[in-house]
Design a protein around this ligand. Structure first.
Ligand SMILES: Nc1ncnc2c1ncn2[C@@H]1O[C@H](COP(=O)(O)OP(=O)(O)OP(=O)(O)O)[C@@H](O)[C@H]1O
Ligand SMILES: [Mg+2]
Length: 267
């Protein structure tokens, strides 16, 4: 994956990228997120961490207006989402996508450019050039004309990243981009995240691997139906907060504790 930032325009928007205020979300009247309050500064890589069913995907969908809020509000660079659609990119959790849909890789990535095209304009040479650049950036140029159902999991992940890049948004939500990819793809995706940060994009990433949180992210959101903590990794990604987030799931915690111990400077 060529991690050049050539294509991405630098974000020059306000310093708070995402603000969630008193947000509660319910499915069939059963709340799954309670009273969430958080602020994310622009230009950061942010991990969203919590156990299965904690509401991580729901938090993203609520921010994008895909599920209704029972209460509260969400602002993206100071405005509601419906005024900021173009500024927000979304890479959904892989299992939630219908990969049998008969479209090619190029078609999917081209969709990223639709928002900037406006009504009734068909994608032309410049949009196809953007697609070519983005496919190259994620290292799948050779697959441009392949049907998406004929791709491996890691390749599918790259297609959605390319679509997000083509959108050239300011704030990105990536739901488990590292799930089920090999070490080389994981390294390539992380490099891409760093490129996005250099262009002052804000990227929120749902992430399950506690051992890499400190290496990958500037900020972290710890979530388990309620917000446990949100802030810079150094002060927020602590043993105590992890216990509050994961409760009794000690195996994961022991692994994380061991990883942290190994990273601490020897005294
Ligand atoms: N469409 C839906 N209708 C009803 N309940 C739902 C719906 N989507 C999610 N839920 C429930 O809401 C809760 C939060 O789900 P969500 O998908 O946000 O969790 P998550 O943190 O993303 O989990 P995972 O790590 O497994 O992806 C879960 O209890 C889930 O069963
Ligand atoms: Mg999820």
């Amino acid at each position: 994956m060529a991690a050049s930032g050539r294509y991405l325009r630098k974000c020059t928007m306000s310093t708070t990228a995402l603000e969630i205020h008193d947000m509660t979300v319910a499915y069939q009247r059963r709340p799954v997120l309670w009273d969430i309050d958080l602020q994310i500064p622009a230009g950061k890589l942010v991990g969203i961490v919590g156990p299965n069913g904690a509401g991580k995907t729901t938090l993203i969908k609520a921010a994008l207006g895909l599920v209704p809020l029972a209460s509260g509000k969400v602002e993206i660079h100071g405005k509601p989402y419906h005024q900021q659609r173009q500024a927000v990119g979304y890479v959904p959790q892989r299992e939630s996508v219908d990969w049998d849909f008969p479209v090619t890789v190029r078609d999917v990535v081209l969709m990223g450019t639709y928002g900037s095209l406006g009504w009734l304009r068909r994608p032309g040479r410049s949009e196809h050039a953007i697609v070519d650049r983005c496919l190259q950036q994620v290292g799948i140029s050779a697959l441009a004309n392949r049907q998406i159902r004929q791709l491996s999991g890691g390749q599918q992940q790259r297609v959605f990243l390319a679509r997000a890049l083509a959108q050239d948004a300011q704030l990105y939500f990536l739901d488990e981009p590292f799930a089920g990819v090999d070490a080389a793809t994981e390294a390539a995706i992380f490099k891409l995240l760093q490129t996005m940060r250099s262009a002052h994009k804000t990227v929120l990433v749902v992430h399950h691997d506690l051992q890499t949180v400190r290496d990958y992210f500037d900020h972290v959101i710890l979530l388990n139906m309620r917000l446990v903590a949100c802030g810079p990794v150094e002060t927020t990604f602590t043993q105590e907060n992890l216990h509050l987030t994961y409760g009794g799931r000690l195996t994961i915690l022991d692994e994380a504790a061991e990883a942290m111990r190994q990273r601490e400077p020897q005294r």
